[in-house]
Every structure is written in structure tokens, then in C-alpha cells.
Design a protein around this ligand. Structure first.
Ligand code: MG
Length: 404
């Protein structure tokens, strides 16, 4: 990987290798080097040794055992996976402020602008892998490229436990050599159609007229595929705001508009939200105070706690501190409303999802049901819902079809 810093893209795609299985192997060294599957009736994740026998995610256990009679089947431990995910995302956050989580074990990181502090993207990726290994004890593969799409393809090709940098001057060759299945959004059915038309590689797609491609896959998909095949992928890495938050607000009556009055109202709001958090079994990482002034403009201030919590007192202390920083302004401008919001919510198991390779996979619904039965309906969200369509499959590349 002889690339100089200027020749590298700044998007990292970091993806844990057979995540659930790796956590089990980490916690029980006797599993190391053996074919391991995590699951009950259905395989949720398989170690690389198990994959070598053809075992993969969403496969029925009976079939898996037929393929690999020595398969060691471990029941899933959602709590351990949530914990590991949290720790890995903490490493991501320490790497760059621009992290876009894709799923429980996968994220895009934008590292442009960090060169002077942390070095070239490939160095940052190397450090990231070491950190995940040291701090969490898990193997993670990273792809480095100019676009999210290429970074994702690169991480898939780097597996297991690898790093692949797509240098800018080699990007085109890399892209064109890929099989059509590697295009985001090309599933088994589209692959079949393309193969029937002798379109096998991305080079073949790039050579086609858009109209020609449209007759094969429809005009919407054609535009999208053509753009990807030409190396256009304008989607930036976006740090997603927390999907969930809980809050409450209160319009202040005349007699509540004193510093003490506001504090008492805030106590009530924080207590109410904290109780909701505890009832839901959640914790919050960040508190936000909203104040609406006498002129109806408003301002917010946030504080991220050293540890996520649902304790009323801890949440209240942090929020009161934010409020006290505003007493002067409130005295000057008056106050008509206060609001409190807890965000960065987290809980056990809720983020678990089962990213399967294809929505048309007949095993999918069974697999999802198995997970739902075990973890409750909220444990499962389809990959497309989460990734808004970006998280399609990438079947052919090394067979980390990427089930967690
Ligand atoms: Mg993964």
C-alpha cells in the first residue's frame, strides 16, 4: 500500500468482521479457530471457519449443521453485542467527529481535515483498527476511498481483519474490475438480468448507453447504476443526529418567571423525562436545555454526560448548570418557556438488527421472526429502513455478506 497522503480519499468504511460470532469468540477463547455460529433456529452470524463450510447468516440451523457437522452453536447475547457496539462507536468518536453509523457494527467516517493532527487516512485507519483491537478485542476491517460507495466495497474486500486503500489514481481500474453485483442496489434478480445481457463487470455497465441499461433494469435504477459505475457518488458522510430523544417543555406562568421558579419547573420536567427513560429501560448521553425568551426567540444549550444515565439527579445537575449559565440573559430578556430534552438514548438490544444480504432471500422472514421472538419486535429493523436504501447488499465480494 504505497500511497502518499495526497493520493488517498478521506472516507473510511469500518465494519466489524462477523460481529456476533467475534464477540462470542473473544469471550470464550475455546471457540477460537473453530466453526462457530450464533443463533437459535437460524444462523445470525457465522465465524469465518464456519463460512468456509458454506454456513451463512439467515440459514436454518439444520441446514448449517448438515454443511458443517462440527459447527458450534452459541445462543445470542444481545447485551454483550450492544456493549461491544457502544465501545466500538466510542473508538469511532475518538477518531473523528464525523461518524455516520450504518448499523450496530458499521460506520462511515470522514477524516479529511485531520491530516495534521492524525496523519493520512490510511494511517488513521490503521490506528483505528489497532484501537478497536486493543480497547474492544474485536477484528474490524476498514476501506479507505474517495467515496462512501468505494470505501464500502473496499472494506468488504479487505475482510477478514484487513485494510484496503483505494488510491485515487487507481480508483478507476479498481471500480471497473468489480462484478456487477458489487454495485449498490444490484440484487440477485438484477444480476440475473444483467448476466443474461452479458453485462458482468462494472466496466460493462460503464460502457453501456444509459438507454440500453434502462431497458434492462428500469430508468431509475439505470441512472443510479450508471452514476456509480462512473465513480460518481456525491453522498457526503453525515453525522446522523440521534434517532431518538425524549423531552418535555413548559410554558411559564407569570409567577414562574423567576430564577427559582424556572428551576422548579425544570426539576419537574427532568424528573418526568427521567422516569420515562427508566420505564423504557433507556439511558441518555446528552441533556439539552431550551429557553424561550420574552421576545419569543429561543436558544438551546447541550451537555454530554461523562456516562449515559437515567438518574434524575445527574440529569438535573447537568441541566441546572446549563440554566445557571443563562441566568443573566434570562434576567435581561425575560423567559416564557423552558424545555428539557434527553438524547443519545441507548438501551440493550434495541439497536440489534440482522443485516441480511437480500430482501428477496426466502430465509429472511424466518430469520427476522426468529430474532423477533428472541429479542422482541423492536430488535429488528430492516436494513433498508435504517440505511434509507443505501444499505443494500453486496453479495459477491468476499463472502462477508456482512451478517453482523
Ligand atoms: Mg460487519
Amino acid at each position: 500500500m504505497q500511497t502518499s497522503a495526497e493520493q488517498e480519499g478521506t472516507v473510511l468504511h469500518a465494519d466489524l468482521d462477523s460481529f456476533f460470532a467475534s464477540v462470542e469468540i473473544r469471550d470464550d477463547p475455546s471457540l477460537r479457530g473453530r466453526p462457530v455460529a450464533v443463533g437459535g433456529g437460524v444462523v445470525m452470524a457465522a465465524s469465518y471457519e464456519a463460512r468456509a463450510h458454506g454456513v451463512k447468516g439467515a440459514m436454518g440451523l439444520r441446514q448449517a449443521l448438515r454443511l458443517c457437522p462440527d459447527l458450534l452453536v452459541v445462543p445470542p447475547r444481545p447485551h454483550a453485542y450492544s456493549e461491544a457496539s457502544r465501545a466500538v462507536f466510542a473508538v469511532f468518536a475518538d477518531t473523528t467527529p464525523l461518524v455516520e453509523g450504518v448499523s450496530i457494527d458499521e460506520a462511515f467516517l470522514e477524516v479529511g481535515g485531520l491530516r495534521r493532527i492524525r496523519g493520512a487516512p490510511s494511517q488513521i485507519a490503521t490506528t483505528l483498527r489497532e484501537q478497536v483491537r486493543e480497547r474492544v478485542g474485536l477484528p474490524i476491517s476498514v476501506g479507505v476511498a474517495r467515496t462512501k460507495y468505494l470505501a464500502k466495497v473496499a472494506s468488504a474486500m479487505a475482510k477478514p481483519d484487513g485494510l484496503l486503500v483505494v488510491p485515487l489514481d487507481d480508483e478507476r481500474r479498481f471500480l471497473l474490475s468489480l462484478p456487477v453485483q458489487a454495485l449498490w442496489g444490484v440484487g440477485p434478480r438484477t444480476t440475473e438480468k444483467l448476466h443474461a445481457a452479458r453485462v458482468r463487470t462494472i466496466a460493462d455497465v460503464a460502457r453501456m448507453q444509459p438507454g440500453e441499461l434502462a431497458t434492462l433494469v428500469g430508468s431509475g435504477a439505470a441512472g443510479h447504476l450508471h452514476a456509480l459505475a462512473s465513480g460518481h457518488d456525491p453522498r457526503p458522510v453525515r453525522a446522523r443526529p440521534s434517532r431518538r430523544s425524549m423531552g418535555a417543555q413548559h410554558a411559564l406562568g407569570r409567577d414562574e418567571r423567576t430564577p427559582e421558579g424556572v428551576e422548579i419547573v425544570l426539576l419537574g420536567l427532568v424528573d418526568r423525562v427521567a422516569r420515562r427513560l427508566r420505564t423504557a429501560g433507556r439511558t441518555a448521553a446528552t441533556v439539552t436545555l431550551r429557553v424561550r425568551f420574552g421576545d419569543f426567540t429561543s436558544s438551546t444549550a447541550s451537555h454530554t454526560l461523562p456516562r449515559p444515565t437515567a438518574h434524575t439527579q445527574v440529569l438535573l445537575d447537568a441541566t441546572l448548570q446549563l440554566l445557571r449559565g443563562r441566568h443573566g440573559e434570562i434576567a435581561r430578556r425575560g423567559v416564557t418557556l423552558v424545555g428539557f430534552q434527553a438524547s443519545g438514548l441507548d438501551d440493550q438490544g434495541e439497536q440489534l438488527l440482522l443485516p441480511l444480504t437480500s430482501a428477496t432471500d426466502p430465509g429472511l422472514d424466518t430469520a427476522l421472526d426468529a430474532v423477533r421472538d428472541r429479542f422482541g419486535a423492536r430488535a429488528v429493523r430492516r436494513g433498508v429502513q435504517l440505511g434509507r436504501g443505501e444499505r443494500a447488499h453486496m453479495p459477491t465480494l468476499p463472502d462477508d455478506g456482512d451478517e453482523a
